[in-house]
Design a protein around this ligand. Sequence first.
Ligand SMILES: Cc1cc2nc3c(=O)[nH]c(=O)nc-3n(C[C@H](O)[C@H](O)[C@H](O)COP(=O)(O)O)c2cc1C
Length: 250
Amino acid sequence: MHRPLGHPECLRQFGDRRAAAALQDEQQSHQSFRPHLPDPAADGNLPDGLFLSPGVSVNDENNRDFLFLLGSARTGGNTEHLARRAAEKLPPGADQRWLRLRDLPLPAFEDIRHGSDGVYPQPTGHAKTLLDATLETTDLVIASPLYWYSVSASVKLYLDYWAGWMRVPGLDFRSRMAGKTLWAITALSEEDPAKASPLVDTLRSTADYLGMHWGGALLGYANRPGDIWRDGKALSKADSFFTSDYFRPN
Ligand SMILES: Cc1cc2nc3c(=O)[nH]c(=O)nc-3n(C[C@H](O)[C@H](O)[C@H](O)COP(=O)(O)O)c2cc1C
């Protein structure tokens, strides 16, 4: 039987029993408050460029800290403009922090999971900066242009590091990520928003795996820098992206 990566049974097979138990608790607690809401993707009624999932509560607007991770290979690009536009309408009282992954280059990720002890050292340098920022946030916003239908290389590398952070002794990365909300903002040069599905699926599945809430994805149609200002639909969706009550539970 196919099981998704984050399924507790899958984690058990990887020998991660504690994480499996924690995730199962987390999943059960999510299920208990998830309202039954229509899935627009399932009935083919997806609103243009905007994907919101019913798992996220937008009611708790206190003490929110948004971390925007910019993943473009250029500065001042369309994704960044779209993200900054959306950030103008954060929930009241929310704080925001911005980091550009290009300014915090990471060495190639090394997979030592199945080496002698499978343990990763405490992160240092840029990895520590990114780790600390990630753990401090309640809402993590991945702002990555669509590169080859997925996230940019810098975002992918940052996510690969999560596999190491899950294995740093004493860090409890997985349990500390659970309950945060993951959001996606992307610009793409093709008009068909479905072309961004691999990016959206990557991030949504990553959120699931870590027991995070999925905030949704905001898509903009743009190629050359500044094109995003011509995508009126994306801009208007940006204005309510973080506060939309489209799926607000009753
Ligand atoms: C390496 C690379 C790969 C790209 N791959 C895609 C793609 O798969 N689909 C697409 O629609 N646009 C693709 N594009 C175009 C960018 O998504 C588009 O120009 C976007 O506006 C760039 O965002 P930015 O201005 O935030 O950097 C690609 C651009 C680059 C540089």
